[in-house]
Design a protein around this ligand. Structure first.
Ligand SMILES: [Zn+2]
Length: 1018
């Protein structure tokens, strides 16, 4: 290479592209006339916008108060001499370079209301039909603000809700032109783009790099500055040879499918996601028409449902593209949910609802789980995913790990029950690739299975807020299909990739247990009201389904299929990976709180109708126990007479600064600091509080994550801690409880400690009024148990994690997720902590100052309090409950978790109601009783083994049925044999953490909609 090429080339090619090629893409332009109508508030349908009165608008003027909508009417006469040329309308709404999906967007319509396509930051054109004489376009401009203000700083934002936004426009409508497109110049631009990018990733000493640069230099030489269109063919010819040189025989292959990650809510509200789907998918449908090899993969049945409901045009076109196999539903879930926190049934229902929608509406069954962005993956997922009929699993999020690198890209993932699913992490470490040479190079270099496998998947297209693939990206794919120095890019389908990738790996490695994400540890705690809404709603739905099914079978009451489906869909949407984790703007979370209220109201209505019909008229004092466990004398899933309490009462005494609660089974001592210094198990004759320690210790940590406040708890948080060891007051409340009050800066924390008669459990109700920014409140319970592993409830079982820190993997797991309970034990003696609201914990080996025997400290994360992206996150009053259970087994933990989260409810009526389903078998838990999704009236019962052991269970269905079969989660027979005895008793052998779904068929079980409506009206 000549000296001048080597040293000056970068500047030369950049200037060539900027000054000669880019302007020549549109050699002729004509400004269009623009008029505007500002929508008074929320978005309106096209017809309303079309009928509105428009005012003249001067291009170059500001528009768009944050979150507002402005309709632009674009008009102009097409010059006669242009009418047979390739014309486009090219629009710049004032785009900036940050967050392609988190800024202004527009959707363009013809005057008849048909959608043309969208205008996006990196997709700014509308094609003009040949022969058009008059441009007449309506553009719905969505002024979505850059919430991560000041270009990606992720600091406190003024745009987090509509109420508090500044009322000044945030965009300038820069330009709107009718322009002639030179496709040959565009192709030349793509040639240069691909070759120059490739040259930059090749080694400096590479002959291939030298030949590419030489060819690019020749292309520049032969392109005349004053006549780019006239010399472009010569320029392209200069590059033909280097573009035609084929890939190395052993180069990696990337299977590329178009994609647009569209967060169902995040830095925008749910209503904007609906418009985002319409915009992105309209563009994709256009692009698919132009490129026959391109496919597009999109997850989330909810987003398809939105198109069906709100954008029937997009829906109809989309259905055609799905039928052609070009637009590919993936994932089989209702949304790309979080998987750490959704409860057992909800995690299953993400798939049940998703697969059902795709099958019924589009005739498609998804074979893969598609969760590129969720924040860690529970160990229960492999079994749930397989049970929902999927064979493959995709994510890339673990590339975000801060400490450790996952060892595989294509491997088997084994869950807590031993189920395995073939899993792929695209080694490009991205779900928003633009197919740049740097991305392809990274994927090839990082691919862990090199030598055994040859291919990886690359989803490409702008994302997070949508956008999707562009014609420039497709041009890159075409040129990199077989190009020397580059991995091969093959446009293809995820299903083809997975099948081939699995087939070519002789013996894939296995990763066992949860896939913990070593970042975003704050998401188990942020937005406590959203978390509580989820927890309450999951349990309310459990009760609603149980009682509605019982009433349908016993009393022929119509089963509220539609209401339950709608309520479930709401809860499933809110489990989206930026809503339940608490990482959305204020708007999203306030809306979520209101939605949860609606869900709870809906469930209460269903329960009320069902239970009233079941118990009939009368004056008996009854209790309804909707849980699968016996509670306070009430049989599981039954309504029985209220049992009279007959136990030794608790005593509360105060003396010499010590307050003592005693119920004959436990004795609790609270000292003058407000700490539980002794918790004596009088049955086991054992002290449970580690020597010298105090339980019920509130600790406040400084918590200023470097980057993502709502998401993260950085490791440094542990170095700043204040212990609250000076209670304002300690006062008995009644015969069995004591209130300890703390003040911390502007906040108050009341902990009510209660010891109910006849229990080996201490209840702690925390009432907090939190006013602190960026401080993490923890509740510490150090217990005198040397437990190497701590159990935390996850879906359909529990996960065991080390309490010690041997490796960097242990160290990085400094904040973990648990559902309703955690348990630590040493041979035969366990202590469980149950909760009704929270999910974040750290459970670690600890030592007293005197270095005496080790203990285990369970710390619940109570409040997080980040300021971005919701400055009001976690502020104000909250109540959460905890229960410390002495001498607890897994069975006890499960029972107490149900009791705390779904307590018995008093009912007045004329008769008791026996359970529909009776189950025996140690550890066998009934998760759900419902009627079948297909509305046949069949009864579906979902059970699981909860201890991690083997159990021989029996199930008695106390109702008329014609048969029983084992099914997958989708309620289809799975071929497992069921052993039914002569007396109808079903015998099942259950493996550790196995989920079993039984379907009891019923004759004439079909319930009409009319019957349902009548039941609810009555
Ligand atoms: Zn996402």
């Amino acid at each position: 290479m000549r000296f001048d090429e080597k040293t000056r080339f970068e500047g030369r090619i950049c200037r060539f592209v900027e000054e000669m090629i880019t302007p020549a893409l549109y050699p002729e332009r004509m400004q269009l006339a623009v008029a505007v109508w500002r929508v008074p508030d929320e978005p309106v349908p096209f017809a309303e916008a079309r009928a509105a009165e428009y005012a003249p608008f001067t291009l170059g003027s500001p528009w768009g108060v944050a979150w507002s909508t402005e309709w632009f009417h674009l008009t102009g006469e097409v010059p006669t001499e242009w009418r047979d040329r390739d014309l486009e309308v090219v629009i710049d709404l004032g785009f900036h370079k940050w967050l392609d999906g988190g800024q202004a967007e527009g959707l363009a319509y013809r005057p008849d209301g048909s959608i043309i396509k969208a205008i996006e930051p990196y997709n700014r054109y509308l094609k003009v039909e040949p022969g058009t004489e008059q441009i007449d376009i309506y553009l719905e401009g969505a002024s979505n603000p850059d919430v991560a203000v000041d270009q990606n700083t992720w600091r406190e934002s003024p745009y987090t809700s509509k109420e508090h936004r500044p009322h000044t426009p945030v965009y300038v409508f820069r330009s709107c032109d009718l322009a002639v497109r030179d496709h040959e110049v565009a192709a030349f631009a793509s040639d240069i783009d691909v070759l120059w990018q490739l040259a930059q990733v090749l080694p400096e000493t590479s002959p291939r790099r030298a030949s590419i640069i030489a060819a690019l230099a020749r292309a520049i030489d032969v392109t005349a500055p004053e006549d780019v269109p006239g010399t472009v063919m010569a320029g392209r010819a200069a590059l033909a040879d280097v573009l035609a040189s084929p890939a190395n025989a052993s180069s990696h292959t990337l299977v590329a499918t178009g994609h647009a990650h569209i967060d169902s809510a995040w830095l925008w509200p749910v209503r904007e996601t609906i418009r985002k789907c319409a915009r992105t998918w309209s563009n994709v449908l256009e692009l698919l028409k132009e490129n026959q090899d391109l496919t597009f993969s999109a997850s989330s049945a909810q987003q398809y449902q939105w198109m069906k409901d709100h954008y029937p045009q997009v829906w109809e076109r989309l259905k055609e593209a799905v039928a052609e196999g070009r637009f590919i539903p993936v994932g089989g879930m209702w949304v790309e949910s979080d998987t750490n926190m959704p409860g057992s049934e909800a995690m299953a229902r993400q798939f049940v609802a998703g697969q059902r929608f795709f099958r019924e509406e589009l005739g498609v069954h998804c074979n893969e789980v598609w969760l590129p962005d969720s924040f860690g993956y529970s160990g229960a997922l492999p079994q749930i995913a397989r049970g929902a009929g999927t064979q493959w699993f995709l994510t890339q999020k673990l590339s975000w790990n801060e400490t450790n690198t996952m060892p595989h890209h294509s491997f088997n993932w084994e869950g807590i029950d031993g189920s395995r699913i073939f899993t792929h992490f695209p080694p490009v470490d991205s779900y928003v690739s633009g197919l740049s040479a740097a991305d392809l190079d990274k994927a090839e270099r990082q691919y862990s299975e090199a030598g055994h496998g040859t291919q990886s998947l690359i989803p490409f297209g702008y994302g997070d807020g949508g956008g999707g693939p562009t014609r420039e990206m497709v041009a890159r794919a075409e040129r990199q299909a077989d190009l020397e120095g580059s991995p091969r890019v093959k446009l293809g389908r995820p299903a083809d990739f997975f099948a081939e990738a699995r087939a070519e790996l002789h013996s894939p490695s296995t990763w066992t247990g949860e896939m913990y994400l070593e970042t975003h540890r704050g998401t188990y705690t942020s937005q406590v009201k959203t978390k509580q809404g989820n927890r309450r709603s999951e349990h309310a739905l459990h009760a609603a389904e149980l009682w509605a099914a019982t009433a349908a079978v016993r009393e022929d009451v119509g089963y509220p299929y539609e209401q339950l489906e709608s309520l479930w869909h709401t809860v499933l949407l809110l489990q989206f990976h930026d809503i339940l984790p608490g990482s959305s703007i204020a708007w999203v979370h306030r809306e979520a709180e209101a939605e949860y209220e609606r869900v709870l109201g809906g469930c209460a209505e269903i329960v009320d109708v069902a239970v009233q019909r079941l118990v009939g008229q009368g004056k008996l004092a009854l209790v309804a126990n909707a849980t699968p466990v016996a509670l306070n004398g009430a049989a599981p899933m039954a309504i029985t007479r209220a049992a009279a309490a007959d136990a030794a009462p608790t005593t509360v005494t105060s003396e010499a600064g010590r307050t003592v609660l005693d119920n004959g089974l436990l004795r609790v001592v609270i000292d003058s600091r407000g700490l539980i210094t002794s918790l004596l198990d009088l049955v086991a004759d054992r002290e449970l509080i580690a020597g010298g320690e105090g339980a019920l210790l509130f600790q406040v940590h400084g918590d200023r994550p470097t980057m993502y406040e709502a998401w993260d708890i950085d490791a440094a948080y542990r170095r700043q801690v204040e212990d609250l060891c000076q209670a304002d007051s300690i006062e008995p409340i009644d015969a069995e409880s004591v209130r300890v009050t703390h003040t911390y800066r502007s906040s108050t924390i009341d902990a009510t400690v209660a010891l109910r008669p006849a229990t080996r459990a201490v209840d702690v109700t925390v009432d907090v009024d939190w006013q602190e920014a960026r401080r993490l409140l923890k509740l510490a319970i150090p217990v005198d148990v040397k437990s190497d592993l701590a159990a935390s409830e996850t879906q359909f079982g529990h996960v065991m994690r080390p309490t010690y820190v041997n490796t960097t993997w242990d160290e990085a797991r400094y904040e973990t997720v648990a559902h309703r309970w955690v348990l630590v034990d040493e041979a035969g003696y366990g202590i469980a902590v149950i909760n009704d609201s929270t999910y974040g914990y750290d459970i670690r080996r600890t030592w007293a100052d005197d270095d005496s025997a080790p203990a285990t400290t369970i710390r619940a994360s109570v409040i997080h309090g980040p300021k971005f992206p919701d400055p009001d996150c976690d502020m104000g009053e909250h109540t959460m409950r905890y229960r410390i259970v002495a001498g607890a087994s897994f069975d006890d933990a499960v029972r107490e978790a149900w009791e705390m989260n779904l307590p018995n409810t008093p009912v007045t009526g004329g008769r008791e109601v026996s359970p529909l389903i009776e189950v025996t078998g140690n550890g066998c838990v009934v998760q759900t009783v419902k009627l079948a999704e297909d509305r046949s009236g069949d009864v579906v019962v979902r059970l699981y083994e909860s201890n991690g052991g083997r159990t021989a269970a029996t199930v008695r269905a106390a109702f008329d049925h014609t048969g029983v079969m084992a099914t997958n989660l989708l309620e289809e027979a799975n071929g497992d044999q069921i052993d039914v005895a002569d007396d109808g008793l079903v015998h099942i052998e259950m493996r550790p953490f196995q989920i079993v779904t039984l379907r009891f068929t019923r004759e004439g079980g079909q319930v009409t909609h009319t019957a349902r409506s009548r039941a609810l009206d009555s």
